[in-house]
Design a protein. Sequence first.
Length: 254
Amino acid sequence: MFDLLNYPLVIFVISLLVMWLASQLGLALPRRKENLEGAREDFGIILGATLTLLGLIIGFTFSMAIARYDQRKNLEEEEANAIGTEYVRADLLPPAEAAKVRSLLEQYLDERLAYYAVKNIHISALSAINAETAQLQDELWKAVAVPGIANPNQVTALAVSGMNDVLNSQGYTQAAWWNRIPVAAWVLMASIAILCNLLIGYGAHQPRKNLLLVLPLLVALSFLLIADIDSPRGGVIRVKPMNLVSLSQSMRPH
């Protein structure tokens, strides 16, 4: 299903066009000059308050996008740490099980790297990656659970606990990638922006088309930046799995 919020450039084009049309609509409203005569000061107060509110809403929404981006970055680091720790703790298991766990973790790491690399245009590949990841998780848990049950002690418990962290970290990462700016926040921000542009056009003294394009362009660029940061797979600003890549290189240096 097409999700507009996953395509920042589309949001930029649509928002620029809609807000420019709003300013033109305000400019074309009948009896504009007559209604504003003698009420310029009051109108200026209303316009200033509306623009201030728009700036605050954009700032808060940008802060929400940054917080979610930082969370995705931090969880990628935690996931790499969990996988790397369990790779080392595999030494606590019997040799045969240890070799199996390491082999499965290497395959699992490849799937996690593939998960981060998927873009919106290749979103159909995500279901196969998720299915393979779930299968590997089941195999990894069985690989540590069987020796843990057969020989329950504090040493094997460390390996079991480490594997639990590996599985949990993937769930936390998935939840963070699903955690996006609410649609209601986008609707509120867009509505205020349209109203501002309508007021700008309505209150223009000597309207010039180039000047009426300034606010729509600035707001559309703000929307573009927010949508780009908030979209894990559709934007230019994306979380790069540098920690997972580094871990993969250390696991298989050759």
